[in-house]
Design a protein around this ligand. Structure first.
Ligand SMILES: Nc1ncnc2c1ncn2[C@@H]1O[C@H](COP(=O)(O)OP(=O)(O)OP(=O)(O)O)[C@@H](O)[C@H]1O
Ligand SMILES: [Mg+2]
Length: 316
């Protein structure tokens, strides 16, 4: 079920198009990564989703409610961290949560605060003053605050900014857990590597427009994985594989197979053995995701992405 849908959403300010023709949906139980370089329009889009600014065109629905026309009902289903979450640093984490729970008009506040703490795992540290929290702990407190009113959609703008690798991992696990419990999670980043293990799907935005949207597994999968096969006779190996219809790159010590799925590598090894070439080793290399992302967002068109996906962007 779609918890968040955008249909042809656009935003112009002073004649400048910040976001244009944005259409996407986020399902219950999935973590959706919204990826784009600085200035791409991520924060602008998120501000529209959470009702801070209104779209110039298009419709945004949350849990079926139009954010413009049924604002209260729509926004009741969103928990968000946009830019720096507001916290009172001289209060404890618990005092902050109680404060926000009151503002939201929640009941059974003490119990709900314990529940969200159990989810984000601050433990006893919830009773420390926020000024003594690490960045990762503050981030968790922000998530706890966003979860207080039991939203169906969680929206986070660059939540891993500034976190160290351990902090990113904890955050990722938290997001996976929330999605596992049926929440729709929408998270932006300018770094693909931070979203890689967190998201089920990713939408890539550049200059206010969606460039591609696909399952994360496809983006990081076989399409940009190459293989290097080390052999005794590279020339014979090259001939055998070209004869078998492979696109291969010769190398003094072996053969490089760009964009090769596992089955293609296995078949290539079989063809080599049949041609009486000795196989010493098969090395798999993943094209860097950052390379892929940069090629995509700096490239001129969707066509250049298709080329990358097809292996045209392979770097030896
Ligand atoms: N109020 C505004 N008036 C005019 N231009 C704006 C306004 N807010 C943002 N912009 C411009 O819109 C573009 C998109 O900005 P936005 O903040 O949405 O990008 P972003 O993807 O969140 O970038 P970052 O990764 O740096 O956070 C930028 O070129 C920005 O300068
Ligand atoms: Mg931003």
């Amino acid at each position: 079920m779609s918890v968040l849908t955008l249909e042809g959403v656009a935003k112009s300010i002073g004649g400048k198009k910040l976001v244009e023709g944005l259409t996407m949906n986020v399902e219950a139980g999935e973590v959706y990564g919204f990826l784009g370089p600085n200035g791409a329009g991520k924060t602008t889009t998120i501000r529209m989703i959470v009702g801070l600014i209104r779209p110039s065109a298009g419709i945004i629905r949350i849990d079926g409610y139009d954010v413009q026309r049924e604002r209260a009902k729509a926004l009741a289903q969103v928990g968000a961290i946009v830019e720096n979450p507001e916290t009172y640093r001289y209060l404890t984490g618990r005092q902050n949560l109680v404060h926000y729970a009151r503002l939201a008009g929640l009941r059974d506040i003490a119990q709900r605060v314990d529940e969200v703490n159990a989810i984000v795992g601050l433990g006893d540290r919830l009773d420390d003053k926020v000024k003594r929290y690490s960045l990762g702990m503050r981030q968790r407190l922000g998530v706890a605050q966003a979860l207080l009113a039991r939203p169906k959609l969680l929206v986070l703008d660059e939540p891993t900014n500034g976190l160290d690798p351990a902090g990113i991992r904890e955050f990722r696990e938290l997001m996976r857990r929330l999605a596992g419990e049926g929440m729709a999670v929408f998270v932006s980043s300018h770094l693909l590597s931070e979203l890689e293990l967190m998201c089920d799907r990713v939408g890539i935005i550049k200059a206010g427009r969606m460039v591609t949207e696909q399952p994360m597994a496809d983006l990081v999968g076989g399409a940009n994985k190459s293989a290097f096969i080390r052999v005794n006779h590279p020339d014979a190996a090259h001939q055998a594989l070209v004869a078998a219809g492979y696109t291969v790159h010769p190398h003094p010590e072996g053969i490089s197979l760009p964009a090769a799925e596992d089955v293609a590598v296995a078949a290539a090894v079989r063809a080599l053995v049949k041609a009486e070439v000795d196989v010493y080793a098969v090395e798999r290399e993943q094209e860097s995701l950052e390379d892929t992302f940069l090629a995509l967002t700096e490239g001129k068109s969707v066509e250049s992405w298709t080329e990358i996906a097809a292996g045209g962007g392979h770097h030896a």
